[in-house]
Design a protein around this ligand. Structure first.
Ligand code: NDP
Length: 427
């Protein structure tokens, strides 16, 4: 395959950022000012031109270049700092420090203005590093005083899963909007409590499903909606990571009271939410199995492997999986015209989208920067709050997914298929 620059695929290739923004594709492709997208499109080689030697035309409907609906952007320039919405990050652990806090430097409508932590050392160290004065630093006891902090519009909860609900309710009662990491909470009752508090406070609630803002996932979704892949009959979605008992961030993941479960709510939720994102429908039934190797202390309370089959109203089926024993982040969309493979689909960086025709010939292979996904989701929330527009990944989506997780555990426990309502509740 010959590497092709994105500018080769766009008309009037002027300044790349300008072209993408004016075409409304900047957000969809997630390019930052210096972002470089390397696109590799297979040229129509002699074999393809001859129909793979089989006499079959090379599937004219399978695209060889990226296309799709542009995503409208409201502004052409980043907001001045004093116009940006103020955010406070709650729980300054591995993910907050490595991805969320750094993302504010790429955001255009959002600004980090507050920190909440149980660690005085983190508050002073990260506060100094990011220009957050002591007036905007809180511990979990003083957190409710954030109600008087006019610098803060939105609270981003990045703590262990079982703590999401209480913190979200407190943030709503303080009059703030809430972004909450996945999984939304450890039970559907807690999710509902969060939604009720958000409605009482008339404040927005967003779940941090960053894949909905990740350029390759967005592109695959656009191709699906444009009909480039044809009818979608089958999806596989597999998310696995190693659980390391020596790593502090994995300690609470081994405790069910803090995590709510094992690989399923932690990373299997990407498999589940990804399948539903691409199919755009809720399952009518599922059957699941879970497995943990005996004698492994990591799995005394939570599961290692989870494998689920799902049936959808359209007739489509999905196989999704998760585990704590390998490293895979892959989604495959088996359309009637073409197969799209996201591999990796949900890494922090260097995700990849490949599209092949039914004969397995790769038509598109593209990998560009993916780390724009974090700023994109933060800015989406800020814009939704400011403009009063809908959230792409709202609390109701988080609730549906937690209900489905409960159904998955129920199926694994009973060994039977579980029938489902469209909102994810078990029948
Ligand atoms: P960490 O353990 O690294 O961080 C969690 C932080 O929460 C801690 O550092 C601590 O911060 C705070 N905390 C408060 N109470 C507790 C407690 N009882 N036990 C442990 N920590 C506590 O976890 P991660 O950063 O990996 O995960 C945090 C959340 O983010 C989870 O919900 C996880 O699912 C989600 N996540 C999402 C990802 C994504 O891609 N969207 C990726 C990784 C995680 P402090 O000391 O400041 O109080």
């Amino acid at each position: 395959m010959k590497p092709v620059n994105l500018s080769d695929l766009l008309p009037n290739a002027l300044d790349r950022r300008h072209v993408l923004k004016s075409a409304g594709m900047g957000a969809a492709l997630g390019l930052s000012g210096t972002g470089v997208m390397s696109v590799q499109a297979s040229p129509p080689g002699p074999q393809e031109a001859m129909g793979h030697g089989s006499g079959t035309p090379p599937g004219p409907d399978v695209p060889t270049r990226l296309s799709g609906r542009p995503e409208p952007r409201k502004t052409d320039a980043p907001d001045q700092p004093d116009r940006r919405l103020g955010w406070a990050v709650v729980g300054l652990g591995a993910f907050a420090q490595s991805r969320i806090i750094p993302a504010f430097s790429d955001a255009e409508h959002s600004r980090l203005r507050g920190l909440v932590s149980g660690s005085p050392d983190k508050l002073s160290r990260l506060g100094a590093a990011h220009g957050i004065s002591s007036d905007h630093r809180y511990d979990y006891e003083s957190f409710d005083r954030i109600a008087e902090d006019e610098a803060i519009d939105i609270v981003y909860i990045v703590t262990p899963n079982a703590l999401h609900a209480d913190l979200a309710v407190r943030a709503f009662e303080a009059g703030k909007h809430v972004m909450c990491e996945k999984p939304m909470a450890t039970t559907s009752e807690e999710c509902q409590r969060m939604i009720d508090a958000s409605e009482r406070a008339n404040r927005k609630l967003m779940i941090g499903y960053r894949a909905h803002f990740e350029p390759h996932n967005v592109k695959a979704k656009e191709m699906l909606e444009a009909g480039d892949l044809g009818r979608l009959d089958f999806i596989t979605s597999d998310h696995h990571r190693h659980l390391n008992p020596d790593d502090a961030r994995d300690h609470w993941r081994m405790r069910k009271a803090l995590s709510g479960g094992g690989s399923l709510p932690d990373i299997g939720i990407y498999s589940l939410n990804g399948a539903l994102y691409f199919l755009d429908e809720s399952p009518i039934a599922l059957a699941a199995q879970i497995h943990s190797p005996s004698g492994d202390d990591r799995f005394a309370e939570v599961e290692d492997v989870c494998s689920v089959q799902l049936r959808f109203p359209s007739g489509a089926v999905a196989n999704i999986s998760s585990s704590y024993s390998s490293d895979t982040k892959r989604i495959q969309l088996f359309g009637e015209k073409a197969v799209a493979t996201l591999d990796p689909a949900t890494a922090y960086q260097n995700n990849r989208l490949m599209v092949a025709d039914k004969e397995g010939q790769t038509k598109i292979s593209t990998s560009e920067t993916s780390d724009t996904q974090f700023a994109a989701e933060i800015d989406h929330m800020s814009e939704a709050v400011r403009e009063g527009t809908p959230i792409r990944t709202p609390g109701e989506m988080g609730l549906r997914d937690v209900r489905l997780i409960e159904a998955i555990y129920e199926s694994a426990r009973t060994g039977h298929w579980v029938n489902l309502h469209p909102d994810g509740r078990m029948k």
